[in-house]
Design a protein around this ligand. Structure first.
Ligand code: FAD
Length: 364
C-alpha cells in the first residue's frame, strides 16, 4: 500500500508555537515498507531539506515555508512482564503524557516525574527529555532506528544512544541519518519515589507514584502555560554550563545566583533566573513575549511569524550576555525552508531596540 502523504500542508496546528507555516510535502510512514518508499534522503544535498516532526512542541518554524516533513506514525504499546521488571515497547507516534498515564494505570512506575511533558515518544530520546530529577535515559533500554542509507531497522542500546543533558547521538552522529520508530523501556519492579527535586520534597517518603504524578502536574500547571491556551515551546533556552573560574566571578558579583555543580566539575546555571535578572520576565514585544511566571518560556500571543520569536530570543540573548557574559543557547529546534539551522546563523530581520539603553542615553 502506498504511504499516506499530503501536498501544501499547513503546519499551524502541528507546532506548539502556533506559527503559520506550510510544507510542499509531508509523509506519514507507519511501517518499514512505507519508510522504504521515502525519497532518497541520504544523498548529499537533500539531507538538510527535510525535517522529522513529532508533535512540534520543541520546534520553531522560522519562515512561512518549511522543508519536506516526515512525521512518523508508528503506534502501539506492548508490555512484557518479567520477574523483576516490566519491558514496555512503544511506537514513536504515541503521546508522551498518555504513555505516562497508561503506565501508572497498569501499575508500572518510573515515569511519574516526567508527566505532562508535551510531545511524542519518538522525540523523547532526541533531547533526552527531563524534569523533576528524572530523565528519559533513566528508563531507556533500547531504541529502534530506521537508517535512511541502508533502508533497514536497527536496534540501539541505551549506551549507544550516548544520552546527556538535553543531548543524545540523535543530535550528533546520527542527526538526519534516520528516524526513531519505537522505544523500549525497562521499569524495575523495585520502585522508589524520586522526591529529591524542589517541590516534590514536601511529599511523604511513602508517597505512591500517582501522588507524585499529581504533584508534578500541579507544579507544572502552576508554572508553565498550556500551549493550547498560550502557544509556547516550553523552555526556550538550555540552562548554560560554565567553568569553575567563570562561575567564581559570577558568584562574587551575584551571591544569590542559583547553580548546580555537574559531575565533571562544571556548573549549570538557571537560564530562567538570568533572564529574570536581566529584567525581562513578563517583557512583551508586539504579539510575542516572555512568560509572566516563568522567564524561560517565550510565548506567542498571536503572531503568525517565527521571525518574531527569533527577534525576541536574540534580544534576550543580547541582554543576558551584556549583564552576565553568559551565552544562552536555544533548546528549541530552528527550522527554515532549507531544514534545521543553528540559532546563531539566523538573521534578525527586525531587531528589538534596547529600551533601557535608549532611556539611559537620554538621561546622560
Ligand atoms: C509547555 C512545554 C513544556 C515542556 N517541558 C519540557 C520538560 O520539562 N523537559 C523537556 O525535556 N522538554 C520539555 N518540553 C519540550 C518538549 O516537550 C520535548 O522536547 C518533546 O520531546 C518534544 O516532542 P515533540 O514530539 O513535540 O518533538 P518535535 O518538536 O516534533 O521534535 C523535536 C526534535 O525531535 C526530532 N524528532 C521527533 N520525532 C522524531 C523521531 N521519531 N525520530 C527522530 N527524531 C525525531 C525532531 O526532528 C526534532 O529535532 C516542553 C515543551 C512545552 C511546549
Amino acid at each position: 500500500m502506498a504511504m499516506h502523504s499530503n501536498q501544501n500542508y499547513s503546519l499551524k496546528s502541528s507546532n506548539s508555537f502556533n506559527i503559520k507555516a506550510s510544507c510542499s510535502r509531508i509523509y506519514f510512514p507507519s511501517s518499514l515498507a512505507e519508510l522504504q518508499q521515502l525519497p532518497d534522503l541520504s544523498a548529499g544535498n537533500t539531507s538538510d531539506k527535510f525535517y522529522i516532526l513529532g508533535e512540534g512542541s520543541n520546534t520553531l518554524f522560522v519562515e512561512s515555508q518549511a522543508p519536506i516533513i516526515i512525521q512518523p506514525k508508528f503506534n502501539g504499546i506492548s508490555i512484557l512482564e518479567q520477574d523483576d521488571r516490566f519491558v514496555v515497547t512503544v511506537g514513536a507516534a504515541e503521546n508522551w503524557h498518555d504513555l505516562v498515564c497508561f503506565c501508572l494505570e497498569q501499575g508500572i512506575y518510573g515515569l511519574e516525574n516526567l508527566a505532562l511533558i508535551p510531545g511524542s515518544v519518538g522525540a523523547a530520546p532526541v533531547q533526552n527529555i527531563g524534569a523533576y530529577g528524572v530523565e528519559f535515559a533513566d528508563f531507556c533500554q533500547e531504541i529502534q532506528w530506521y537508517e535512511f542509507a541502508s533502508k533497514t531497522l536497527q536496534s540501539l542500546t541505551k549506551q549507544a544512544c550516548r544520552f546527556a543533558y538535553r543531548d543524545s547521538i540523535f543530535k550528533q552522529e546520527r542527526y538526519n541519518k534516520g528516524l526513531i520508530t519505537q522505544v523500549t523501556f525497562n521499569f524495575p519492579k523495585a520502585w522508589q519515589a524520586n522526591l529529591s527535586y524542589a517541590g516534590l520534597d514536601i511529599l511523604a517518603k511513602d508517597s505512591t507514584a500517582k501522588q507524585v504524578m499529581a504533584q508534578v502536574i500541579a507544579l507544572r500547571s502552576s508554572k508553565l502555560p498550556d500551549p493550547k491556551e498560550l502557544p509556547n515551546a516550553g523552555s526556550f533556552f538550555k540552562n548554560p554550563i560554565v567553568n569553575d573560574a567563570d562561575f567564581a566571578q559570577l558568584q562574587q558579583k551575584y551571591p544569590k545566583i542559583p547553580h548546580y555543580p555537574q559531575k565533571n566539575g562544571e556548573i549549570k546555571l538557571a537560564a530562567g533566573w538570568l533572564i529574570d535578572q536581566a529584567g525581562l520576565k513578563g517583557f512583551r514585544h508586539g504579539a510575542v513575549g516572555v512568560h509572566q511566571q516563568q522567564a524561560l518560556v517565550l510565548v506567542n500571543y498571536g503572531s503568525d511569524l517565527g521571525a518574531d520569536i527569533i527577534s525576541l530570543a536574540k534580544y534576550i540573548q543580547r541582554k543576558v550576555a551584556a549583564k552576565f557574559s553568559v551565552s544562552l543557547i536555544p533548546e528549541v529546534r530552528m527550522i527554515t525552508h532549507k531544514g534545521e539551522r543553528s540559532f546563531s546563523s539566523l538573521s534578525d530581520s527586525n531587531p528589538i531596540e534596547d529600551i533601557n539603553s535608549i532611556r539611559g542615553n537620554r538621561d546622560d
